[in-house]
Design a protein around this ligand. Structure first.
Ligand SMILES: [Zn+2]
Ligand SMILES: [Zn+2]
Length: 332
């Protein structure tokens, strides 16, 4: 009689289960997270798949078409989610530049998670590392060291950058709800996609005059809005270290750019930010448009956030000094 082992002992079945767990559990590394961090820095197809999926998905617009309501929803979701990334993933979780309630931080961690830029803890751990080693060899996304394309998106396809370094975010890792969102970072995007499809299908059934459908809303709200949002955010790693003006002679290549600030709701004032990262304000003057900061100010009047940290006088004095030095150099 042939002895067939139970299915869970089957090599293929076990491999399949490991693969599946790796897809959904971002903290699961059979060989250990440290071993993954030691791997060579190179493009890996499996890590690039989510980004390929996002970009290819945009092409589906050929079949679903467009409608004013679908485009409007995509734009609105871009703005809301860009705010979640800049105000919360960046200025709150990475830099603690203001305070909010435990529910507030959870809510915006969920909204930020729909951007498919992984969990807030991974994002903050990578970003804190960036500030520590900006434009040095250790920096994972320096255009000066590794070239523009690698600094823009290539570094995210390298396995060694995948594990969350919880030692960098001990202050955030004490909240189990944030760790859950970070560990299972596909759950929220999945729910987000289903809700968008449901919205489109609902509108098609109840308000057919709007001319939308489940798939059309899904393509615009999920694929197109998220892909543009992804590149908008990634431009801060690539373009904001390449193009623009430098007010402060920081040790990195960070730049200030109005165009990038408009696209990212204020993140384009990157040289300001590298000079003083502990402020919630990145546009240091009224003419440096910083929508995220204005919205945070509005929020503070309603009590949703508080303890907003401003730019100290010493930094403004330094900026004035820089302006005088530049004027003097021009005059000579
Ligand atoms: Zn930077
Ligand atoms: Zn920063």
């Amino acid at each position: 009689m042939v002895n067939i082992p139970p299915i869970h002992q089957h090599g293929f079945f076990r491999k399949f289960c490991t693969e599946m767990r790796q897809v959904f559990d971002s903290d699961f590394f059979p060989e250990g997270a440290d071993a993954v961090r030691q791997r060579p820095d190179k493009f890996e197809f499996r890590r690039a798949l989510p980004f390929i999926f996002l970009h290819v998905g945009c092409l589906a617009v050929i079949w679903v078409g467009w409608s004013p309501v679908a485009v409007l929803v995509a734009v609105a979701l871009y703005l809301v989610r860009m705010f979640a990334i800049t105000a919360f993933y960046h200025r709150y979780f990475s830099h603690r530049t203001f305070r909010t309630s435990r529910f507030g931080q959870f809510l915006f961690a969920v909204v930020g998670n729909t951007a498919i830029q992984r969990g807030a803890l991974w994002w903050a751990s990578v970003h804190r590392h960036h500030h520590k080693y900006a434009d040095q060899e250790e920096d994972r996304h320096s255009p000066g060291v590794y070239g523009f394309v690698w600094a823009h998106i290539g570094w995210m396809t390298s396995s060694r950058n995948f594990p969350t370094d919880y030692t960098q975010v001990k202050d955030l890792a004490k909240y189990p709800e944030l760790v859950f969102l970070n560990r299972f970072d596909l759950v929220v995007p999945l729910i987000y996609g289903i809700l968008l499809y449901g919205l489109g299908a609902g509108l098609e059934a109840w308000v057919p005059s709007l001319g939308t459908s489940g798939w059309q809303m899904f393509v615009w709200g999920f694929f197109i809005s998220t892909t543009v949002l992804l590149h908008g955010t990634l431009f801060i790693n690539s373009l904001a270290h390449t193009f623009g003006k430098r007010r402060f002679p920081t040790t990195d290549d960070s730049r200030n750019s109005l165009l990038l600030a408009l696209m990212t709701l204020g993140e384009g004032w990157h040289n300001n930010h590298h000079r003083y990262m502990s402020s919630a304000r990145q546009g240091f003057y009224w003419w440096e448009i910083d929508i995220t900061y204005y919205v945070l100010k509005l929020f503070s009047w309603t009590g949703l956030v508080w303890g907003i940290r401003e730019v100290p006088k010493i930094v403004y004095d330094e900026a004035n000094q820089m302006r005088l030095t530049t004027r003097h150099k021009k005059a000579v």
